[in-house]
Design a binder for this molecule. Structure first.
Ligand code: IMP
Ligand code: MG
Length: 183
């Protein structure tokens, strides 16, 4: 399902802003500070998880002050719906991770299945170390198979959108974080 223009605007009007653009920027800076303090001498391969991490990655990279390589993955679990489902690799990790310190950048850690599967693939392909940075960690009250090394902010257990995260394909471009009311 994708949204028409009018429907997308209605969804935003009916949603609640739960983190401001300023709070978002402070979170990105915190993540950058942590990565700069940890990976500066590792020449990591940064792997951005399309499409949700595109905004976070685009702002994070210029805040990193050491040499790095860059590539991307494309995996989706939710498709365009809101229910967790089967993992679908559109662009899987490839041989360039071999022997590298890899830093995977994603938008949000929810159940953790996506990041966990990425970690397994990246290590199977011979990465020497695996790190992960997520813009947000969802407090879903469940045990997660993986914790991220760098986390920008915690978010409540609601369906959120903005700052790279979509609602039925729309509104990845918002600078703040929104949640559907009552969900
Ligand atoms: P997980 O496997 O449950 O951790 O799902 C993680 C992926 O699902 C993230 O990379 C997001 O793309 C997507 N996701 C999880 N929660 C949300 C949400 O509230 N809004 C939008 N996308 C989400
Ligand atoms: Mg994603």
């Amino acid at each position: 399902m994708t949204l028409g223009n009018r429907e997308a605007r209605t969804i935003l009007q009916d949603a609640e802003m739960i983190r401001s653009a300023d709070e978002v920027q402070a979170a990105v800076q915190r993540v950058a500070d942590g990565i700069n303090a940890t990976l500066a001498d590792q020449h990591p391969l940064v792997l951005s998880v399309m499409g949700g991490a595109v905004v976070f990655t685009g702002q994070l990279l210029p805040m990193l002050d050491f040499p790095l390589d860059f590539d991307y993955l494309h995996v989706s679990r939710y498709g365009n719906g809101q229910q967790g489902g089967v993992l679908h690799w559109k662009v899987a990790p490839r041989e360039n991770v071999k022997g590298k310190v890899v830093l995977v950048v994603d938008d949000i850690l929810d159940e953790g299945e996506t990041l966990h599967a990425i970690k397994q693939r990246v290590l199977e392909l011979g990465a020497s170390q695996f790190y992960s940075a997520v813009f947000a960690d969802k407090a879903n009250g469940k045990g997660k198979p993986i914790q991220a090394d760098f986390v920008g902010m915690e978010l409540p257990n609601r369906f959120v959108f903005g700052y790279g995260m979509d609602i039925h394909g729309a509104w990845r471009n918002l600078p703040a974080i929104y949640a559907v009311k009552g969900k």
